[in-house]
Design a protein around this ligand. Sequence first.
Ligand SMILES: C[S@@+](CC[C@H](N)C(=O)[O-])C[C@H]1O[C@@H](n2cnc3c(N)ncnc32)[C@H](O)[C@@H]1O
Length: 245
Amino acid sequence: MQINSKSIKNHFEKSMEKYNENAVVQANLANQLVQEILKYKNNFDTILELGCGTGLLTAKVKEKITFKTYYANDIVEKSKNYISKILPNFEFIHGNAQRIKPPAGLDLIISNAMFQWFVNLEPVINSYKNFLNKGGIIAFSTFGPKNFCEIKNVSGLTLNYLTEQQIKNILEKDFDILYCCEYTQTLEFESPLALLAHMKNTGVNSLTSKIWTVKDVKVFCEKYLENFDKVQLTYNPIIVIAKLK
Ligand SMILES: C[S@@+](CC[C@H](N)C(=O)[O-])C[C@H]1O[C@@H](n2cnc3c(N)ncnc32)[C@H](O)[C@@H]1O
């Protein structure tokens, strides 16, 4: 299923206040992503972060990586206020990362838990490689086909998640893959309602553009309990670090 960017923007904007306290998987991923980058390099002149949100990844980069210029992008303009509390100097590039034109000469393009929202990853990668310096790095985390498998099972809602191999195939033409890993992590909840609240507070209720009625929520909760013994939500992170050939 493909979701329109207006719906994604609205849901993330509404989740921002509660995002940091709920986004445990994304926080862990931001940490892992930076730790893996540090194994190759700890200083980059110019960094572009795509889909920076409330700055979970930005804060980790600031802590561990040295840089001169930081460009931060998000489709939600309010994100700029969050980043300004983390970085003293940065340039905010507001807009859809599939369409923005950042300045060329980047040394690192970085993104946490966002590439799964792209309608089609290949043209995005093909476009961003033109903004990277030779030997520049693209490092991102995204999610694979097992992501939210419980939601798919109960409601049929899912994104067009790519497999680790499909992502590698897209990158391999122009990049050397320095690191790639895929795993699952499961969170448990006391009720389907608590699971839905978790999704809402991390912005991923944008899996559907439709507004759920009280009846929709009731039907989802009943179906979830019919299908599963435990209330859990599976995440399927994929982390990739690749260097432009
Ligand atoms: C799951 S949040 C991750 C936020 C942040 N990267 C982190 O580490 O927590 C996804 C972010 O990507 C943004 N986003 C989604 N689609 C986007 C797009 N096409 N262009 C730019 N930002 C986008 C959302 O607004 C949201 O802030």
